[in-house]
Design a protein around this ligand. Structure first.
Ligand code: TYM
Length: 331
């Protein structure tokens, strides 16, 4: 059976981008693959969270994984720092990851722009730790959003480099995956780029947002005064709303509004109302389970302990083999 690995940083509540780019695929994949889904708490240290925030954010992601339908009996759910073998593999991979290629990574360049006062070494080697997460279980499929594509390419580079240097075909090649065959980029509500936590609270709809909050956010989404010519190209902000509709609404609803747009009869208020209701409906099953799961601390602890045990077994096996391959052996 093929192995699947993916993770989400512990930076707070999950939004629609996390759901459609990643978690929805996790839930489907658990039935067909040997799955490891973790909470990337080491990765979130690059932005220096307070200890209280870090801990409650890890907890939040565990809760939302379970609320979304990841079954701890089917998939292994674990916290990255509960499996310290990953840091050892990270160290080995760092020896063959070069400054030039790390500095050229798009996400690194974006971070340098976003947090110029905190360009730490952890940010630079972020893709190496991510490669270690994946190679640790020798995974081949990695369900992620489009923004992670370059990181997957780097994971293949580091794995292949290790293979060439030490042992042919030891690490299989991991590829980004989405059930729809296309990696997705869920747009935000601000009319510009993708939905994300760092883009501002109003830009993202969270799975845990109450229906009223979702409605308010969607109704405030950026639009314009409407098309003036039939079949005209959509400006970015409008295209974003249609892209969102494409993932949350039915194909009929999408076509209905597309036809209205193309015939210049569209009223954005109607489109947003429909979109908001469809988001509320699509997220309801997850939202409704969040509170109940959050209240059950004992269950959360059991899930995490059980996951750590399974993940450690797989990780220690790999690291043991890697040590041997490299020549780190006991006398
Ligand atoms: P993170 O925490 O930023 O995002 C978690 C997952 O959500 C996806 N995602 C999106 N997908 C589509 N549209 C969006 N607007 C959107 N926003 C976020 C991301 O693509 C990701 O799949 N580096 C990773 C965490 C990580 C990881 C790994 C992932 C660490 N090690 C190993 C896979 C394998 C990250 O920062 O994701």
């Amino acid at each position: 059976m093929e192995t699947v690995v993916s993770g989400i940083r512990s930076t707070g509540k999950l939004h629609l981008g996390n759901y459609y780019g990643a978690v929805q695929n996790f839930v489907k994949m658990q039935h067909e693959y040997n799955c490891f889904f973790f909470i990337a708490d080491y990765h979130s240290l690059t932005t220096h969270p307070t200890p209280e925030n870090l801990h409650s954010n890890v907890r939040q992601v565990v809760i939302e994984y379970l609320a979304a339908g990841i079954d701890p009996e089917k998939a292994t759910i674990y916290v990255q720092s509960d499996v310290p073998a990953v840091t050892e593999l990270y160290l080995y991979l760092n020896m063959n990851a070069y400054m030039g290629e790390l500095e050229r990574s798009t996400s690194f360049k974006d971070k340098v722009r976003a947090q110029p006062d905190n360009v730490n070494a952890g940010l630079l080697t972020y893709p190496v730790l991510m490669a270690a997460d994946i190679l640790l279980h020798r995974a081949t499929k990695v369900p992620v959003g489009k923004d992670q594509e370059q990181h997957l390419e780097m994971a293949r580079t580091f794995g292949n480099r290790f293979n060439r240097m030490y042992k042919n075909e030891y690490f299989p090649e991991p590829y980004a995956f989405n059930f729809s065959d296309k990696l997705v980029k869920i747009p935000g509500l601000d009319g510009r780029g993708k939905m994300g936590k760092s883009e501002g609270e109003a830009n993202a709809v969270y799975l845990s947002d109450p229906a009223e909050v979702t409605r308010k956010k969607v109704m405030r989404a950026v639009t314009d005064s409407g098309p003036t010519e039939p079949n005209s190209e959509k400006p970015d902000a409008i295209q974003n709303l249609f892209d969102l509709m494409n993932v949350v609404s039915s194909p009929d609803t999408y076509t209905h509004f597309e036809n209205l747009y193309n015939s210049c009869q569209i009223r954005y208020g109607d489109l947003k109302k429909q979109l908001a209701e469809d988001i509320v409906l699509a997220t309801a099953p997850v939202r409704e389970r969040i509170e109940e799961i959050a209240a059950n601390t004992r269950y959360l602890r059991e899930v995490i302990d059980y996951g750590a045990e399974k993940a450690n077994k797989s990780a220690q096996q790999t690291v043991k083999e890697v040590r041997d391959i490299i020549g780190i052996k006991s006398f």
